[in-house]
Design a binder for this molecule. Structure first.
Ligand code: FNR
Length: 193
């Protein structure tokens, strides 16, 4: 069973990006797992993390920081969906990545498979927030999934009242990223008879 963590760049209650990740969760659950039971999917809430502070880190951080780092350390893959705030990822997401980048040399992000996507009400789907995000991830030693960019524009019009995305082109784009991410995970060892 692959352990998957979802991280929205927006902490807003009615976030389009959180909604996109709910559809990612559904698609992951639809994919067959390496063992019966499928995949284990958890959410990391960037809004629960305190502002990064070296003094707080030196004094042992906080329980929510440690929980978040443990969640990512145990994960096989992380999906991040972000809006663009003035052409960049929101500060809450950068803050989460700064915590996850620590300690330097033993970051929970190092070696982790990370799928990046974005969504916004604008036509370009916050595509402009992706380069800096992938740059930070690469700097932390994460393996960003090699896939054409997935950026969902006009997302407020495409989201259904129940919060799901079912428009075929969106589902196909998200499904392609999900498949590429699961395919990038190391194969579980097969027992020899
Ligand atoms: C935005 N928004 C925005 N949208 C965009 O397409 N390009 C941009 O540069 C910005 N900049 C920006 C800055 C700030 C400070 C805010 C609060 C908003 C709008 C943004 O895409 C919109 O609020 C999304 O709905 C946010 O994503 P969630 O919260 O729905 O996931």
């Amino acid at each position: 069973m692959a352990k998957i963590v979802l991280l929205s760049g927006s902490v807003r209650r009615d976030s389009l990006n959180a909604a996109v990740l709910r559809t990612v969760r559904r698609l992951v659950h639809e994919r067959p797992g390496p063992v019966p039971g499928g995949h284990d999917v958890a959410v990391l809430e960037a809004g629960r993390l305190p502002l990064y502070d070296g003094d707080l880190e030196q004094s042992g951080g906080t329980a929510v920081v440690e929980e978040s780092k443990d969640l990512v350390r145990d994960a096989d893959a992380l999906f991040i969906s972000t809006p663009s705030y003035n052409g960049e990822m929101p500060g809450a997401l950068k803050n989460a990545l700064d915590w996850l980048s620590r300690p330097s040399g033993d970051s929970p992000l190092a070696g982790l498979t990370v799928a990046v996507l974005s969504a916004s009400p604008g036509a370009r789907g916050a595509l402009d927030a992706q380069p800096a995000l992938t740059g930070v991830l690469a700097r932390c030693g994460a393996h960003v999934v090699d896939h054409e960019p997935v950026a969902i524009g006009n997302a407020h019009e495409l989201r259904r009242a129940d919060g799901e995305f079912t428009e075929p082109s969106v589902v196909a784009a998200l499904g392609g990223l999900v498949d590429a991410t699961l395919a990038a995970l190391p194969r579980p060892a097969v027992a020899h008879r």
